[in-house]
Write a protein that binds this ligand. Structure first.
Ligand SMILES: [Mn+2]
Length: 345
């Protein structure tokens, strides 16, 4: 967990600028800013996932419960999968922030660029993140690698604020836990994760309805794309990968969000230690999703290639063409696997 840097910039408006933040207690520091301010911006990274949408929506609800105004802004559209989350229509799509806020709260971002938004550099910034790639770029930073989702951190913030978890907040927060743990499967899951899930089900999150929405409402275009990707499944020892071309995307009528999770199919093969999924982008770049099981970390590989993420789930964008990107990723993964012996072996 990183601390709080109060030296670089003072909060705008409403007198929070004179505060002395306690660098050992980022939750208290964040609450101090929230309590003193009136208007807040909440944003997350582009290409929203369940944690980005769910944590932003729940934080917006928390702020409103505290009597504050919260504007939720995203540079990219909300994937259909998450449009039925409570309050999802309240997220505005924009590329630039014009207004001045008492603070802009960035969720799941390792810097301003990740938001895809312009105009944030003028704002007082609060950074809440659980990624390994998290960096203390803001005036107040709360980075907790142990949290299974940023939503988990928002639920702790809500508790510290003495807020009531409404069924809507609980639904958004449960969605962050479910999706960021891959349905309670990934390495970050521990006993406390189930306690957290219980704390969200009790006030009204419906685990069955949320799972149905997340996993059993797949658009046909996604299955067509998956079929195409599976035809190109390649295996090399403990590595497996899938890819789709831009032509595949057009032919199947798939949207960007339909690529979500395809990499996990390659990872699910017995004996596979790491997997990746490549998607050719319309501009010729290649989007890479990396996954690993257990102890092998793909976070460092993604970071070396200009991306980021978690130990078991990370991503980056590479120069095309596809063949070159495959070569680059394979080089990294082959050498990572060469020196790797699984604990269970
Ligand atoms: Mn997350």
């Amino acid at each position: 967990m990183s601390g709080v840097d109060a030296a670089s910039n003072a909060p705008m408006g409403n007198g929070a600028g004179t505060s002395n933040f306690d660098d050992t207690d980022p939750i208290a520091a964040i609450l101090q800013v929230l309590q003193k301010g009136e208007r807040f911006l909440v944003c997350s990274h582009t290409r929203f996932d369940g944690d980005a949408v769910g944590s932003a929506l729940a934080l917006g609800m928390l702020l409103r419960q505290m009597g504050k105004r919260a504007d939720l802004v995203s540079a990219t559209r909300i994937p259909d999968l998450y449009r039925r989350l409570p309050g999802a229509d309240s997220i505005r799509t924009a590329l630039r922030v014009h207004d001045r806020y008492d603070a802009a709260i960035l969720l799941e971002c390792d810097g301003l660029v990740r938001t895809g938004l312009h105009g944030l550099d003028r704002q007082f910034l609060i950074n809440i993140d659980h990624h390994i790639s998290g960096r203390p770029f803001a005036q107040v930073n709360w980075i907790d690698h142990q949290a299974v989702s940023t939503g988990e951190m928002i639920s702790r913030l809500a508790r510290a604020a003495g807020a009531v978890l409404t069924p809507e907040m609980a639904t958004c927060l449960y969605t962050t836990v479910l999706t960021d743990t891959g349905g309670f499967c990934y390495g970050t899951v521990q006993e406390s994760t189930f306690a957290l899930a219980g704390d969200l089900v009790r006030p009204g999150a419906d685990p069955v309805a949320i799972a149905q929405q997340m996993y059993f409402s797949v658009p046909a275009s996604k299955l067509l794309l998956l079929g195409t990707a599976l035809q190109r499944l390649t295996r090399e020892g403990r590595l497996a990968w899938l890819l789709v071309t831009q032509q595949d995307m057009v032919r199947t009528g798939a949207a960007e969000e339909d690529c979500e999770g395809i990499v996990n199919i390659a990872l699910s093969i017995a004996g596979i230690e790491a997997a990746f999924f490549l998607r050719e982008l319309p501009d010729g770049h290649v989007r890479v999703s990396l996954r690993s099981k257990g102890e092998l970390s793909v976070a460092a590989i993604a970071a070396r290639l200009g991306g980021g993420g978690h130990e078991n789930a990370a991503g980056c964008t590479l120069e095309g063409p596809l063949r070159r990107a495959i070569h680059q990723i394979l080089g990294e993964l082959r050498s990572a696997l060469a020196g790797f012996t699984p604990v269970s072996a």
